[in-house]
Design a protein around this ligand. Structure first.
Ligand code: PHE
Length: 538
């Protein structure tokens, strides 16, 4: 899934390919060239927000006007940063809320999809599902915005040793939910056993000195919890697998879950393929979520920008680049067509949606906008009247990956020990998401529930109170979970990472972290820097 989405190209190659040697660096040297600031050695990813004083110091009035299409994260971030220097920003948003894919569904949330199906969520007060982004890595600038905006955070459990892995199509152990910790103990254990044997039998003598071998064996004993040389390095299971009877008081030592499946079955199960997730740069713990729902971020950005600067129900119909600026025509909430002029326009809407907006930017721009392929993606929130995953299964947050069409089940990382909770019954992409997307909401629910029953038993059905599902590719004005390029060095990507006259493009789809808010923020920062630099250097 990741492979197709993220280009093979390194960040440095990408920067070189579009001729950008670092946004803030350009801005600093532009100011520096005007004798206003030293030109420091800025790191490529550093960002300097435009400031109120920047204009006055070059003898400009603060009157530069920017119209932004889309109040998703990229559009909001662009306006938020430009406002710091006093730009006159106006955001046109087709939906009736900010955030775009950053969308938190609560009781009363209602949405009609592109197939005309309307759902209304019935979640209890305080309960929600993050229908779009739901986990934030520590490296992402998203956290910097949370800090700056005062959005409180809490841990998001992305890995939980007590969650399961569920494979039903594997060559062994099919149809048995296996605790993450158990599967990991077995995979690491047997791999360690094999490597220790090979090492000790001299199979690696070409690569290892005698000292290396002893040290490696010591590592493998620890890594896999295997026996020593006298027992031929055997993996026979250990308490890392978990217990069938928990350790207790006095002489209750507990009963270790045993025996492990055979080496052959462990390999054939494919369960070992799940653990690279823990190493993934974006997916490793610790991860975070805003307290109370991800939409705290767009809400805070919207408040900082000022509600009067965001127009909802405004559908852009035309963007026209002009010698001295650009204009946008849109149909407003009352159905009237309005045209306004600005110095700059930032199109921060999905590329395939922008491709249908009339424009004079050239057919190469249209072709480029149609180049990234939208991905189907879906989620269902299952609202339960008890927290059986905590009380019965000791799962407090985390994710159970599956090899069926659910792809994953997520347990809520909030509201522990409460009376109820919302489980994400599936989070999937591509074919499985397309398949669920074709179903009515009721059919999505019954399909997801019958899949989940295989893992969690009948309570998965009997404790269910209500549900809400989203198929992003069937969501108006959004039309995809995200959009992925076949190449992030090709001319299409380059074309849209440059302004066409006074029209700029921004979004996670123009970043190296597609399908993350970080991508939207960094893309917005890049465009803000370019516009501000241009204005200051006029
Ligand atoms: N950011 C999204 C997620 O964490 C989509 C994504 C998945 C992006 C995997 C990259 C890799 O689910």
């Amino acid at each position: 899934m990741r492979k197709k989405m993220v280009s093979q190209t390194s960040r440095r190659d990408f920067l070189r390919s579009v001729g950008v040697s670092g946004g803030a660096g350009v801005l600093y040297s532009a100011i520096g060239a005007l004798g206003l600031a030293p030109a420091p050695q800025a790191h490529a990813s550093e960002f300097r927000s435009p400031r109120q004083g920047d204009f006055t110091s070059v003898g400009l009035r603060n009157g530069r006007k920017v119209i932004i299409l889309g109040a998703g994260i990229a559009g909001l971030a662009a306006a938020y940063e430009l406002r710091k220097a006093g730009y006159d920003c106006r955001i046109l948003e087709a939906k009736n809320r900010p955030g775009g894919r950053n969308w938190t569904v609560r009781g009363g949330t209602t949405e009609t999809d592109l197939d005309g199906r309307t759902q209304t969520a019935n979640f209890a007060p305080g309960h929600y599902m993050n229908a779009g982004p739901a986990r934030i890595p520590q490296s992402h600038v998203t956290l910097e915005y949370c800090r700056e905006l005062g959005v409180p955070l809490e841990a998001f459990a992305n890995q939980n040793a007590n969650a399961y892995i569920y494979h039903e199509n594997s060559a062994a152990l099919a149809g048995k939910p296996v605790r993450w910790r158990t599967a990991k103990a077995d995979a690491y254990g047997y791999v360690s056993e094999l490597l220790a044997k090979a090492t000790d039998q001299g199979a690696l003598d070409q690569a290892l000195t005698a000292t290396d071998k002893e040290r490696l064996l010591e590592f493998l004993k620890d890594f896999g919890d295997i026996k020593g040389r006298d027992d031929n390095w055997a993996y026979t299971g250990s308490s890392r697998r978990g217990y069938s009877v928990e350790p207790g008081a006095a002489f209750e030592a507990g009963t270790v879950l045993a025996p492990p499946p055979s080496l052959s079955d462990v390999i054939a199960s494919g369960l070992g393929l799940r653990f690279s997730f823990e190493f993934d740069y974006q997916q490793a713990m610790m991860m975070f979520q805003p307290v109370g729902g991800m939409d705290a971020i767009p809400r805070a950005l919207g408040e900082a920008i000022g509600s009067g600067r965001i127009e909802y129900g405004a559908r852009a119909t035309a963007v026209t680049n002009r010698p001295d600026g650009a204009s946008v025509t849109w149909v407003n909430a009352q159905g009237r067509s309005v045209t306004e002029y600005a110095h700059f326009v930032i199109a921060a809407i999905p590329p395939m949606v922008m491709a249908r907006v009339q424009h004079n930017l050239g057919s190469n721009v249209t072709a480029a906008l149609l180049s990234p392929q939208p991905w189907e993606a879906g989620k269902i929130g299952l609202d339960y009247r008890s927290r059986w995953w905590e009380t019965d299964e000791r799962i407090y947050g985390g994710v159970t990956p599956t090899d069926n069409d659910l792809c994953s089940i997520w347990y809520p990382s909030y509201g522990y020990h409460g009376n109820r909770g919302v489980v994400i019954g599936y989070y999937n992409a591509l074919e499985p998401a397309a398949a669920y997307g074709r179903l009515s909401h009721a059919d999505r629910e019954s399909r997801a529930v019958s899949q989940g029953v295989k893992i969690h038993g009948e309570k998965y059905r009997t404790e269910l109170a209500s549900s809400f599902s989203v198929a992003w590719h069937r969501t108006p004005f959004i039309e995809g979970g995200w959009a992925g390029w076949s190449s992030q060095t090709g001319t299409e990507y380059q074309t849209l990472n440059r302004p066409t006259g006074n029209v700029y493009f921004a979004g996670d789809w123009l970043s190296n972290t597609i399908a993350w808010q970080h991508g939207a923020f960094t893309s917005a920062r890049k465009v803000v820097t370019e516009i501000h630099t241009r204005v200051l250097a006029r």
